[in-house]
Write a protein that binds this ligand. Structure first.
Ligand SMILES: [Zn+2]
Length: 109
């Protein structure tokens, strides 16, 4: 990614609106692209998320809330002009990097 002279930051909090600072995994500050690496379990991967059999009354609302929060974050960022890329932990790293590059090429620089 550095090859193309793209500046990216890790652990760079984004402040939008009144919500708590959002901390994507990787942030391209100039292009305004935020990358999230989503764990299959915590973020509700349709292919891999399994609700734990014990204590579903605890897990179902908790995991549902995670998804709602992800969507709120996506909306807050895009309302502020950010592009959001979410990558599942199960995704092939090369394909995910390629997808990210596509978004970056389309982003205003
Ligand atoms: Zn998955």
């Amino acid at each position: 990614m550095h090859r193309r002279g793209l500046r990216f930051r890790k652990d760079f909090p984004i402040r939008v609106g009144s919500v708590r600072p959002i901390r994507p995994d990787v942030v391209f500050t100039r292009a305004k692209v935020a990358i999230f690496l989503d764990g299959c379990f915590w973020h509700g991967c349709p292919a891999h998320q399994r609700i734990p059999k014990s204590n579903p009354a605890y897990w179902i609302p908790k995991l549902k809330r995670n998804l709602e929060r992800d969507r709120e974050i996506d909306e807050a960022l895009s309302a502020a002009g950010w592009l959001v890329v979410r990558i599942w932990e199960h995704e092939d790293a090369d394909l995910a990097a390629e997808r990210t590059m596509h978004v970056l090429q389309g982003a205003a620089d």
